[in-house]
Design a protein around this ligand. Structure first.
Ligand SMILES: *Cc1c(COP(=O)(O)O)cnc(C)c1O
Length: 360
């Protein structure tokens, strides 16, 4: 008798492996681009108070009117642009793909890039095209423009800065891609807080540009809130695909409260950026390590025997991300999220010891 599950589930889903989140209890956790700092105690208290006033029996505001108002101010959303909220920006990628997934429609990105672009193309039955970056992780504009002409993508996702490489692509090259694209281009600014520049002011120049951000990397990963901003004519259509209560009342209210104190997260971001400078410097003076420039809250680096080094770090209770084998351009690459100064010091110390032990 044929297996019912395999008969019913789509073959491309059967072929997927589940998104793997490694266990990290008791470890120094430098694998997931989280902000290592918690909120100040006084603000925690205010949040605790606030929660006592929440009506958990009622559905949340489906339009998140108050939260959008706060975000508009805090993120300096240009006049005339709308906002759509998602349960993390992962959900926004899924909403965009679902709305565009005509039969045969192409979702394009670069490679290596954020893995959810490819995953969500599969979930939504879109065809995925990944255009390789150059060996230094910069955009290969000619290759990209050729691929656009050939595949006519319905949507192109470009993370700026890029994950897992950490660099920001050339602004002129991205602009050329936006101008050449027959469909919509989503610039994913998940790491905006740690970067120097943004495409937000280019929304008015390009009718096919949408801009996505998240509060996850900024310090609120547990609340799950991402947003998309762009022209009302796009967002009006995408809103039809968003599930009505995708952002819960706790996320709406707690985020709004935290946004009343913009200095709190900004100071944490400043501390992370300062540590990024220290980490880059130390990584680059380690024998046999090449650290790549980063505009984000993580650093990609190459070291020989990367997979062994990764395992040896894990044995010392330090969890980073192993990218060796994820893409040919990432051979022997590891990615470390910037933690607290103390965590970073322990990581660097352990890394140095592992390199000496495993040898070059
Ligand atoms: C982390 C990340 C996201 C998703 O973040 P959410 O937590 O779902 O908001 C989106 N894009 C990139 C490039 C990321 O690195």
């Amino acid at each position: 008798m044929p297996n019912l599950v395999e008969q019913v589930i789509r073959p491309e889903i059967l072929r997927l492996s589940p998104y793997h989140v490694p266990s990290s209890s008791g470890m120094i956790k430098l694998d997931a681009m989280e902000n290592p700092y918690s909120l100040p105690e006084a603000l925690q208290e205010e949040i605790a108070q606030l929660i006592t006033t929440i009506s958990a029996n009622r559905y949340p505001d489906s339009n998140s009117v108050s939260l959008k108002f706060s975000l508009r101010e805090a993120m300096e959303i240009p006049m005339g642009m709308d906002i759509m909220l998602g349960n993390g920006s992962d959900e926004i990628i899924q909403i965009i793909a679902s709305a565009l997934a005509r039969p045969g429609a192409v979702l394009m990105s670069v490679e290596p890039a954020f893995v959810m672009f490819r995953m969500i193309a599969t979930y939504t039955n879109m065809e995925y095209i990944g255009v390789p970056l150059k060996a230094d992780f910069s955009l290969d504009l000619d290759l990209m423009l050729d691929a656009i002409t050939k595949h006519q993508p319905a949507v192109i996702f470009i993370a700026y800065p890029n994950n897992p490489t950490g660099n920001s692509f050339d602004v002129e090259a991205v602009s050329r891609i936006i101008e050449s694209a027959p469909g919509v281009v989503v610039v994913d600014e998940a790491y905006h807080a740690f970067a120097g520049s943004s495409f937000i002011d280019k929304l008015s120049e390009h009718p096919n540009l949408l801009l996505m951000r998240t509060l996850s990397k900024l310090g609120l990963a547990g609340l799950r809130l991402g947003f998309l901003t762009g022209r009302p004519e796009w967002l009006l259509q995408l809103e039809k695909v968003r599930l009505p209560y995708n952002v819960g009342v706790l996320t709406q209210e707690v985020t709004r409260k935290i946004l009343q104190y913009p200095d709190v997260l900004q100071q944490q971001v400043d501390a992370i950026k300062a540590e990024r400078v220290v980490m880059s410097k130390y990584l680059n003076v380690l024998d046999g390590v090449e650290a790549f420039p980063s505009d984000a809250n993580f650093i990609l680096f190459r070291v020989s025997e990367a997979s062994q080094i990764f395992s040896a770090l894990k044995q010392r209770n330090i969890l980073i991300k192993n990218l060796d084998g994820a893409h040919p351009l990432l051979k022997n690459c590891l990615r470390v999220t910037i933690g607290t100064p103390d965590e970073n010091k322990q990581f660097l110390q352990a890394l140095q010891e592992c390199i000496m032990k495993i040898g070059n």
